[in-house]
Write a protein that binds this ligand. Structure first.
Ligand code: S3P
Length: 277
């Protein structure tokens, strides 16, 4: 996934590498970008690309090309497309769940709709390491990847600017990660079955642990209790659109007091006063 450069992290993966993982290009778009520019950029991106304001300390970029379908397929009537007032997060919100659950798609959707900052942990990790996950697995093994994953989870989770954080499906494997998730933020489990996930992921070669459906089923089953135990909020994703899931998550976050209206800056407040007077 391509990411904006110059964010103070290590070298970005090359174009070829960036596409290798096959996640739909994910990109954090600063809230300042104009609608026209945003539309233009969106037109160039593949499915599953990520939007949302970048959070400090780094602006994770997008996975460049699209090899992965966006999260859950749209079914039923779409959620209403109304304008939403920008909201702010009181603490980080970590999306967990099996590969293909729609963590990045839902997080991206919420970032666009409510002007949240959003970070994809895998994208952040790849950018920091200058290598795609598939290569990290191939060259150094899963244990090395897990150690880096813990490091970036802590780094992102402890940032003073809370973000929506979509985590890799294996984040719950380490007890250290589970403790970090619990201590640092609110955990949302997007529940999906391995079979449904398989239908959503078009390019499985970018996911070293999604080799065959039997293996995926076993892994998903083994992890299910770990996801649920870590979660403050659980949302079943089967048969729901990204928008539906996003609104469900937002409702749960509001009820928990994890989101609040975004304070208006001086300019916006002054404009509002002018309009009212
Ligand atoms: C993994 C999931 C992937 C990625 C890595 C390992 C896993 O993330 O972190 O390939 O162990 O389930 P996604 O869940 O975003 O595909």
């Amino acid at each position: 996934m391509a990411k904006p450069s110059g964010n103070g992290q290590g070298p970005a993966p090359s174009g070829a590498d960036a596409t290798a993982r096959g996640e739909g290009g994910r990109q954090n778009e600063g809230g300042k970008r104009s609608g026209a520019r945003r539309r233009k950029r969106r037109g160039k991106r593949g499915a599953g690309q990520r939007e949302g304001a970048a959070a400090s300390p780094a602006a994770p970029e997008k996975r460049a090309a699209s090899g992965r379908k966006p999260g859950p397929k749209r079914q039923g009537s779409p959620a209403p497309r109304r304008e939403e007032a920008p909201a702010a997060l009181a603490r980080p919100v970590f999306f967990v769940g099996f590969m293909g659950a729609g963590k990045t798609s839902v997080s991206r959707y919420m970032a666009r709709r409510w002007k949240f900052s959003a970070i994809d942990l895998d994208v952040y990790l790849e950018r920091r390491e200058g290598r795609v996950i598939r290569d990290i697995f191939a060259e150094d093994g899963e244990a090395a990847f897990r150690a880096i994953e813990t490091d970036v989870l802590r780094e992102v989770g402890e940032s003073p600017n809370p973000s929506l954080v979509s985590c890799g499906g294996g984040i719950v494997e380490r007890s250290e990660n589970r403790e970090l998730l619990e201590r640092l933020g609110t955990v949302v489990h997007l529940r999906v079955s391995a079979d449904e996930a398989a239908g959503r992921i078009s390019n499985k070669s970018t996911r070293p642990l999604f080799n065959d459906i039997e293996g995926a089923r076993a892994l998903c089953e083994r992890r299910a209790p770990l996801y649920d135990a870590a979660a403050d909020v659980v949302v079943d994703t089967a048969g729901k659109s990204v928008a539906q899931i996003a609104y469900e998550v937002m409702g749960a976050l509001r009820r928990r007091g994890d989101v609040r209206p975004q304070p208006k800056d001086g300019q916006a407040a002054a404009e509002e006063r002018d309009t009212l007077s």
